[in-house]
Structures are given as C-alpha cells and as structure tokens.
Design a protein around this ligand. Structure first.
Ligand code: ZN
Length: 298
C-alpha cells in the first residue's frame, strides 16, 4: 500500500483513541474525498470507517456514519453529491467509527437498519461502546433489525444486506449491490492493513476468514469492494487479505500446538514477514499476533 495512505490511516487510528483532539482539528480540514464506485454508488473517506452511499431516483441509502467530529463535513460532502434527504442508514457493525452519528442522523428522521445483535449490544452495553457512561439514547438505536438478511429495492438496485457470524464482531452486516456488482464489506475487510478482530464483542478469526470467503465467492474480477478501512478494493485485494489471515492463523496455531505461550509467540515475531506491508498504527504486528493467539486459545 501507498505509504502516504498508510500514514493517513495510522493517523485515523490515533483519532479513534483521541477523539477530542481531532474534534478541534476537524474544522480546518478539507471536506472528504468522494470516490464514485459505480453509477449511483459512492465511497466517502469519512474520517472514521468508510461510508457508502446509494443515490438515485428513489432516494439515498447510507452505509455507516463516522463520528461526531466529522458530522458537519460528512453532511456537507453528502449534500455535494445529492440534495435528496437520506432515507435509510445501515450500520455494518457497532464500532463508534461507524455508528457514533446514529443519534444525529436519526433525529433528522432517518431510519437505522442493522443486525439484531448490534441493537442488543447497544442496549446491553450502552455507551460503554463509546467509552462513555450510561444507556445509549433511544434515537441511536436501529429501528429495523434482521437476523440473516434483508434486501433494499431502491435506485434500480437489489441490495442484499446479509449477516456473517462472529467475524469482526457478532453483529456484522455486508451489503451486496447485485446489479452494480459492488460490495460494502464493513470491517470484515481492512484493505492492505492487518484487520481488527474484536474478540470482546464476538469476533473470531475463523468467522473472519469465512466472511471474507463468502464475499470472494460472490465476487468476480470486476467486483468493487468497499472496505471498512483502506482504499477501494477488489476481489484480488480481498484474496490477499484472506491468504495473509489464513497463513497467520496456521503459523500461530502450530506454535500453540508446540506449547508456546502468548509471550513466547510475540517474542518469536512469527508474522514479521507481513510487517512491512500490513502493519499500521492501530493494528501493529504485535497486536495482530496477540489477537490471533487469543482467538485460537480463548
Ligand atoms: Zn470496526
């Protein structure tokens, strides 16, 4: 991956840890980059996770909503593409860099759609998900949930939103725009970056690999794949991510079978060969090693 992009992404990871600092800086930055993925489908580099948009004669469907420091810029950027109001907002999963503007968008009358486990987590874990105290405001919750899949028939599209079990979290949704041959993978795909597998919220390396395989199986060489983080991807890029993950799992699994502790594995640095191309600020090679070890042992 381009070193400049990697630097930017590392910066974004720091943002996740230091939202208040970012909120002061956000006002001076230019509005977000808009990537036209296909006719009527856009990807926005939102300052949080990558936002997706389906825009057409029937209205606007938005996928993920970034974080409060970026809300004004996000709204301006969307307005620059379409004057139409947003009708639906799909959350790909519960993390704050994809959902923390839920309340603001819902107060504008936008209906939030998500997997049922995401709603349950928001109700049971509340604002702890955002490192804050107290219950999640009602307005931030999805009002339409699904267990396996739900389809949107808008803008000449058949957009199938489907759940993959225990991958990045336990409430992941992937959106497949079947007519346009575009997929929004949420955080089941970090393009060119070590992925984050959120074990505490139901993520698992086996499920993560299975989710990626599912997207690969429905893709062809022309499919455009919007990752949760990183630049616009395709089948080849996703295959590279899956191959790296399978290999990392096999390497660490062998060390576990040989009786090595987490600390011994970290010291041996068995993923060193992936360091140059996949390490980044949020998921370093050490963090990647630890999360794979933990996912295989806990
Ligand atoms: Zn995430």
């Amino acid at each position: 991956m381009n070193k400049t992009i990697k630097k930017i992404l590392s910066g974004l990871a720091l943002v996740l840890c230091a939202t208040s600092v970012l909120s002061e800086k956000a006002g001076n930055e230019p509005d977000f980059a808009v990537i036209k993925v296909s006719e009527g489908i856009y990807m926005l580099l939102s300052g949080g996770g990558n936002v997706g948009l389906s825009i057409g004669e029937d209205g606007v469907v938005m996928i993920d909503d970034s974080m409060p420091p970026f809300l004004d810029k996000l709204t301006r950027t969307i307005k620059s593409i379409s004057d139409k109001p947003i009708d639906f907002l799909i959350n790909t999963h519960l993390h704050r860099d994809h959902t923390e503007n839920n309340e603001s968008f819902s107060q504008r009358g936008i209906r939030i759609v998500a997997h049922e486990n995401l709603r349950t987590s928001m109700l049971t874990k509340g604002l702890k998900l955002y490192d804050k105290e107290g219950p999640m405001p009602k307005a931030a919750l999805p009002v339409i949930t699904f267990s396996h899949a739900i389809s949107f028939h808008l803008n000449g599209e058949h957009a199938r939103v489907f759940h993959v079990k225990n991958a990045h979290t336990d409430g992941d949704a992937i959106i497949h725009f079947q007519n346009s041959n575009v997929v929004h993978a949420g955080d089941t795909f970090f393009n060119g970056l070590f992925p984050y597998i959120d074990l505490a919220n139901g993520g698992n390396i086996e499920g993560y690999i299975a989710a990626q395989q599912k997207i690969i199986d429905l893709s062809d060489d022309q499919t455009k794949i919007i990752p949760g983080h990183g630049p616009l991807g395709n089948k080849k890029k996703l295959q590279a991510a899956r191959d790296m993950l399978i290999d990392s799992k096999n390497i660490i699994s062998t060390l576990i079978k040989n009786g090595q502790s987490e600390e011994q594995v970290v010291k041996a640095n068995p993923l060193n060969k992936y360091h140059e191309n996949w390490n980044w600020g949020f998921i370093t090679t050490e963090k990647m090693t630890r999360q794979v070890y933990k996912s295989l042992t806990e």
